[in-house]
Each structure stands twice: as C-alpha cells, then as structure tokens.
Design a protein around this ligand. Structure first.
Ligand SMILES: Cc1cc2nc3c(=O)[nH]c(=O)nc-3n(C[C@H](O)[C@H](O)[C@H](O)COP(=O)(O)OP(=O)(O)OC[C@H]3O[C@@H](n4cnc5c(N)ncnc54)[C@H](O)[C@@H]3O)c2cc1C
Ligand code: SF4
Length: 398
C-alpha cells in the first residue's frame, strides 16, 4: 500500500461526465477521462487488504491492489503489464463494465469504494498514449489450426489466448465488423467503436485472421478444433394483443438503426441496462419524450445510468396489457397498462415502443462453446473469462 492514510484523506473522484445539454446532441462518449494525477491520488485510497475482495469479485481476477499501488507510485508501465496479464480488453471493461470489483471493495463497507474501474481505464489509456500496447506475436507456431465462430468478447478472448499459445486462429463473424454486442449493441456514446478497431489491428498484427460476413452453420473443415461463441441474441417477446401493430421494435433492432424516435413519444418496456441504452439512443434521435416501464417494483437502491439523467420518466410495477392502435394506419398509439401495486389501469401514449425484455438462453450442442451462448445473457467480463477457460481446454486437447 503506497499511502497508508490515503483512504482517510482522499475522497472518491470518478471520471466526469459531459454536461447533459451538450452530450445529448451527439454520439460521442458521455464521460471525460481523469488526469493521471487524479488517478494516482485515487489509487492511494486502496487499503491493500489482506483479503482483497475486489480481486475475488472480478471474474477475470484482475490484480487490483497490486496495480493500485503501482499507479500511486507512478510505476505506470508495471501497472499496465499486470493489467495485460489478466484482461485482453481493459479499454472496454474500463468503460462499460458494471464493476463487480467495486461492489466487493472492502472500503465500500463504510466509505465510497476505490474507483477501480476508472483506475483500470487510466492505466490502459496511459499505456496506449505511451505506445506500450504493441503486437506480441508468438515466438513459435504449433502448426495446429483453430476456428472461432463469433467475434464477441468470448470468441475474441479465446482467439487471443490460443494465438499466444502458437496456434493459428481464424475468427469467423457473420456481421460485417468484429466485436459482437460491443460493436452492434452497446451504443457509441458508451463505447466509441474506434476503441475496438485500435485493438483489433493489434491482434491482426499478432497473426489472428478475421473473416467477416461468414455465417457459419456447421464446423468448418480444415481445423483441429472449433470454438463456438455466437452469443444469445434471441429476444424475449411480449405476446399481448396489438403486438402486430407497426412501431414496436426489439431493443437490438432499435439500437442497430431500425426505427427513428425523432419527434416521437417513446416507451421502453424493460427496466434493465439494455433498456437504458435505448433511452439514451431515443433522446439522441430527438424523441419528444421517453418513458421506461418495468414489471418489478422499484428496488431500494435505484441504479441511475447516464442515459436516465438525460431525460426519462421511470415507472415501476407496471404490467403491459395491450398495445392500442388507430384504425387509420395500424400504428401503435398507446399502451394499456396496469399498476401491479394499486390495480389501477391506465394508458400511456406511445408512437414508438421498444421491447427490452432480455434474451433467451439456448441449449448449445457444440463441444467447445463459450460466452453468452453457453451461459445465457451475461457480461463482457464474464464472456472474456469464459473465452479464456475454453481456450485452456482447447489448448490442452491439442
Ligand atoms: C444492448 C446491450 C448492451 C450491453 N451492455 C453491456 C455493458 O455495458 N457491459 C457489459 O459488461 N455487458 C453488456 N452487455 C452484455 C454483453 O454485451 C454480453 O454479455 C457479451 O457481449 C457476450 O459476449 P459473447 O462473445 O458471448 O457474445 P456476443 O457479444 O453476442 O457475440 C457473438 C457474436 O457471434 C456472431 N455470430 C452469431 N452466430 C454466428 C454464426 N452462425 N456465424 C458467425 N458468427 C456468428 C454474432 O454476430 C456476434 O458478433 C450488453 C448487452 C446488450 C444486448
Ligand atoms: S477491496 Fe478495495 S481497498 Fe481492498 S484491496 Fe481491493 S480495491 Fe483496495
């Protein structure tokens, strides 16, 4: 621990956010990076716990107390080397991970937790600026060939680890670009896509072959092992009267450019993070108003995302009974709802409805399988870990 009194003297300071009035007018990232000086000071808040719960809380086991200490002591390069040892995409998790580590941080018991996620982001962006993030191709090739189907974080993690072991890895992706939900799902204002391109270029230089617009249906020929990492993207539907009306979209369709909220009264059904991404996107498109409704009651601690701050009415314990249209044009005009606590029935005006009700888990049949395809919808950090685990299995089998 660099500074034994750091947590007593320094208050938590996270990355800042651009003002709402400015950021809703563009799709650039909503937050601003902290200065290195601030990150060094924030790292001093880490108590270097004998039992570092942050480390257990992190699915990839990041060496959190170690890099906090190194950052405090301005040993940024060593901090970067330790970060790289566990995480293939710290520039992504440092931006969009829900930070299970911070929820587990011991300092959080009676104070605000250490800004672990922002410290991670500071280390990797410092490293990119200094030119330390360079291709590290394997010294020797094994001659074994591995195919990875799907280029989300799980597939990429498996590909990177197997390539580092010397196997020749080809990643097949059905979309036109690499990245899975990180590319086509998480909005630009949370994760600018040049961040992904910067990393993919390095992996290409390390020898991984990426083949896009390849929708693979069975194990491709000519490979010693095949890993399936196709995600879990079948959306949960809401089969109630009026579902056939126009103007009702699944969240992923809306986030990838279908439906335009400009001038519309938007209702997002589903109170989770995907729903929040839809709220932020609708506001940027110029929605007239946005309401987000959730079936479950309001939790004791309400999670407010940057998208909610940008303008959104949230309603809890709301059951959706039917979509109501007009005779004139078969478009949705309102939603008939019921408050589950009071029993009251009412209507919310809506001419664009987004269904953000989660995704269905399918039973995978393949031998080597990773990420959401195996576990059901989860998180990037879990997909990275799962890709690593399956890579270890495949490496052993080869
Ligand atoms: C809108 C949204 C926002 C999210 N935001 C966050 C967040 O902020 N933080 C977080 O931690 N998690 C977030 N998640 C969850 C996270 O993105 C996923 O858990 C994670 O991406 C799963 O990774 P994966 O590699 O298993 O699958 P995916 O990322 O879904 O990637 C699977 C890839 O396989 C490809 N594919 C599918 N079938 C084939 C085929 N037959 N042939 C070739 N390619 C195929 C797909 O096109 C896709 O590119 C979010 C999810 C959604 C839907
Ligand atoms: S739990 Fe918190 S205070 Fe303890 S080592 Fe981890 S980051 Fe530092």
């Amino acid at each position: 621990m660099g500074n034994p009194k750091g947590f007593l003297k320094v208050k938590r300071k996270t990355c800042g956010y651009r003002p709402v009035c400015e950021r809703v007018k563009d799709y650039n990232e909503v937050f601003t990076l902290r200065s290195d000086r601030d990150s060094e000071e924030q790292s001093s808040r880490c108590m270097d716990c004998g039992t570092p719960f942050c480390n257990f809380g992190c699915p990839i086991g990041n060496y959190i107390p170690e890099w906090n200490d190194l950052v405090y002591n301005r040993q940024w390069k060593k901090a970067f080397e330790l970060l790289e040892a566990t995480n293939i995409l710290p520039e992504v998790t440092g931006r969009v991970c829900p930070a299970l580590c911070e929820a587990a941080c011991v300092l959080g018991i009676n104070d605000d937790p250490v800004t672990i996620k922002d410290n991670e982001l500071a280390i990797i962006e410092h490293a990119f600026k200094k030119g330390w993030v360079v291709p590290r191709p394997p010294k020797k090739r094994t001659g074994k060939k591995v195919a990875v189907i799907g280029s989300g974080p799980a597939g990429l993690s498996a590909a990177v680890h197997l390539n580092r072991k010397g196997h020749l890895v080809t990643v097949f992706e059905k979309d036109d670009k690499i990245g899975g939900i990180m590319r086509y799902g998480i909005p630009e204002f949370k994760l600018e896509k040049h961040i992904l391109d910067r990393r993919i270029k390095i992996w290409e230089q390390e020898g991984i072959v990426f083949k896009t617009e390849k929708n693979i249906k069975k194990n491709p020929d000519g490979f010693d092992a095949v890993i399936w990492a196709c995600g879990a993207l079948t959306p949960r539907d809401l089969k109630i009267p009026g579902r056939e009306l126009e103007g009702i979209y699944f969240a992923m369709d809306f986030l990838t450019g279908n439906g335009n909220a400009k001038g519309k009264k938007v209702v997002v059904i589903g109170g989770g993070d995907t729903g929040a991404d839809c709220v932020g996107t609708a506001n940027r498109q110029g929605a007239r108003c946005v309401v987000q409704i959730e079936l479950l009651p309001c939790p004791p601690i309400v999670k407010t995302s940057s998208s909610h701050e940008e303008g959104c009415e949230r309603k809890w314990s709301i059951e959706t009974k039917r979509f109501v249209g007009t005779d004139r044009d078969l478009s949705v005009r309102s939603i008939r709802c019921k408050n589950r606590e009071t029993g009251e029935e009412f209507e919310i005006e809506a001419d664009l409805v987004i269904l953000a009700l989660g995704f269905l888990k399918e039973e995978p049949k393949e031998k080597f399988c990773a990420g959401d395809m195996k576990t059901g919808p989860s998180l990037i950090v879990r997909a990275i870990n799962d890709g690593f685990e399956v890579a270890r299995e495949v490496d052993r089998s080869l």
